[in-house]
Ligand binder design. Structure first.
Ligand SMILES: Cc1cc2nc3c(=O)[nH]c(=O)nc-3n(C[C@H](O)[C@H](O)[C@H](O)COP(=O)(O)OP(=O)(O)OC[C@H]3O[C@@H](n4cnc5c(N)ncnc54)[C@H](O)[C@@H]3O)c2cc1C
Length: 388
C-alpha cells in the first residue's frame, strides 16, 4: 500500500522532504500555512557554501549544491557564484582549515570548489579587507547566493508535478487514531497520514507539541544589516565569513548584495547572548539600532572603504538547538513522526537535503542521500532539557 505522508512547512526542509518523498513513491500532502519560504527560508542572507569544518556537513552541503546546480539548469534557479571565504584568524585556524580541505578533497571537491588561501591571496580576493591580523582562509569560488523563495518554489513545483498535493492551510491540531494513523486538523479541513514530517522550522516546537512529540528547537532572532557604499567597488565582494565553528564569540560576515549595497551581520552556530530566543509567532520585526551600530563599527574596522553607512535590513529566526546540531529522523519510539528542524543559520545551504533525509527516513527507514545523517536523530541526550 502506498504510504501517505503529510509534510508540515514549505521552507527549505519541507519542500525538500516533499520533493524526495514523492520521488520515493509516497502519496504526499505538503501543508504550508502561508507560502513556500514564508518562514526563515525567505528571510536569510541567502548564502550557500561547502566551506564548513565537519565532514558530514560538508557532504550534506555538497549534495545540496548539486541539487541547486540541477535546479539552476532545469528551472532557472538564480545562483550568484560570488564566492565564499571562511577566514582563518590564526595559523592554528589555517591548519584546521587545511585538514578540512584534505577532507574536502577526499569527498571529491576540487580546487574550483574549495582551496586554502594565505593572507596575501585573501588580500587579493578582497582588496579592502584589513588582513593584518588574519592568516588566510578557505575559499569556495563556486559558492555564492541562492534565492530561497525560488528554490523552495522549484522543489514544490517538482513535487506537485510528480503527484504531491500542496495545501495552503495551517495545522491546528492532531489526533492519533485507533488504527495508528494521524488525523491532522487544519484551517482547511482534515488530512489523514500514515507518517507526519514536522518541518516547521522555528515553529517545529509548537507543531511537535500538537503531534505529541515536543521538539527542543530554540528560535533565535537574527538581524540583517544593509551597508550602503558611496560608489560601486571595482570588484564583487564575496561572502566573507569571519566565524570559526566552535568559537564562543559570534563574528562578522558581509557580502555583496547589489552594486552599492552589502549585506552584513554577526554569525554563530551557538545560542549566544544578544540573540534572544523568541516566541516564533511574536518576535520583533525590527532590527535593533544597537545591532546596526555594532555592525557599522565592526565593518568599518574590518573593511576599509570610506563612507559606508549601515541601515536596518530585516529580522528572522534561526531554528537552533542546544547542541548546535540538526534534528532529523523518527521520534523515539514512533517511526510515524519524523522531525526535520534545527537548521540554525545554515538551513538555506542545507535544508533541502536535510528534507531529503527526513523523507528517506519516512519511506525507507534510513537516510540514503547522506547516510551519516543518522547522527541527527531526535531524542539524543545532548538535546535533553531544552524543550521550549
Ligand atoms: C537573518 C538570517 C540570515 C540567514 N542567513 C542564512 C544564510 O546565509 N545561509 C543559510 O544557509 N541559512 C541562513 N539562515 C538560516 C536559514 O534561513 C534557516 O535555517 C532555514 O530557512 C530554515 O528552514 P526551515 O525549512 O527549517 O524553516 P522555515 O523556512 O521557517 O519553514 C517552516 C515553514 O513552516 C510553516 N509553518 C509553521 N507552522 C505551521 C503550521 N502550524 N501549519 C502550517 N505551516 C506551518 C511556516 O510558515 C514556514 O514556511 C538565515 C536565517 C536568518 C534568520
Amino acid at each position: 500500500m502506498t504510504i501517505r505522508i503529510a509534510v508540515i512547512g514549505a521552507g527549505t526542509a519541507g519542500s525538500g522532504a516533499a520533493r524526495r518523498a514523492v520521488e520515493l513513491g509516497a502519496s504526499v500532502t505538503l501543508i504550508e500555512r502561508d507560502a513556500p519560504a514564508s518562514g526563515s527560508s525567505g528571510r536569510s542572507a541567502a548564502i550557500y557554501n561547502v566551506q564548513t569544518v565537519d565532514p558530514l556537513h560538508i557532504e550534506l552541503r555538497m549534495r545540496a549544491r548539486e541539487l541547486f546546480f540541477r535546479l539552476e539548469a532545469e528551472h532557472g534557479l538564480p545562483l550568484k557564484r560570488i564566492g565564499n571565504v571562511r577566514v582563518a584568524w590564526s595559523d592554528a585556524d589555517l591548519e584546521r582549515l587545511e585538514a578540512v580541505n584534505q577532507v574536502q578533497r577526499e569527498l571529491g571537491l576540487g580546487p574550483e570548489d574549495a582551496l586554502l588561501i594565505n593572507r596575501e591571496e585573501l588580500q587579493q580576493l578582497v582588496p579592502d579587507l584589513d588582513t593584518t591580523d588574519l592568516a588566510g582562509g578557505l575559499f569556495g569560488p563556486r559558492d555564492g547566493t541562492v534565492n530561497g523563495e525560488i528554490m523552495c518554489q522549484a522543489l514544490v513545483t517538482e513535487a506537485v508535478e510528480l503527484g504531491a498535493v500542496y495545501k495552503k492551510a495551517e495545522i491546528l491540531g492532531h489526533v492519533r487514531q485507533d488504527d495508528g494513523t494521524h488525523l491532522l486538523s487544519t484551517s482547511d479541513g482534515h488530512v489523514v497520514a500514515d507518517v507526519v514530517i514536522n518541518a516547521a522550522g522555528a515553529w517545529a516546537g509548537i507543531v511537535g507539541d500538537m503531534l505529541g512529540h515536543p521538539v527542543p528547537v530554540l528560535p533565535q532572532v537574527h538581524d540583517i544589516v544593509k551597508v550602503t557604499l558611496e560608489k560601486p567597488l571595482s570588484y564583487t565582494v564575496p561572502m566573507v565569513n569571519l566565524y570559526m565553528p566552535g568559537s564562543d564569540e559570534e563574528a562578522l560576515y558581509f557580502r555583496q548584495f547589489d552594486e552599492t549595497t552589502l549585506l552584513a551581520g554577526f554569525h554563530t552556530y551557538k545560542v549566544v547572548e544578544g540573540h534572544p530566543i523568541a516566541d516564533p509567532n511574536n518576535f520583533r520585526g525590527e532590527v535593533e539600532p544597537s545591532y546596526v551600530a555594532a555592525v557599522q563599527e565592526a565593518i568599518t574596522e574590518r573593511f576599509h572603504v570610506p563612507g559606508m553607512t549601515a541601515h536596518a535590513g530585516w529580522t528572522g529566526l534561526y531554528p537552533c538547538t542546544a547542541d548546535e546540531e540538526f534534528i532529523i529522523g523518527p521520534e523515539p519510539g514512533d517511526n510515524s513522526v519524523i522531525t526535520c528542524t534545527g537548521l540554525g543559520g545554515v538551513g538555506v545551504t542545507s535544508g533541502a537535503i536535510a528534507g531529503y533525509s527526513a523523507a528517506e527516513w519516512a519511506v525507507t527507514g534510513q537516510p540514503t542521500t547522506v547516510p551519516g545523517a543518522t547522527r541527527w536523530l531526535p531524542g539524543r541526550k545532548s538535546l535533553k532539557g531544552t524543550t521550549k
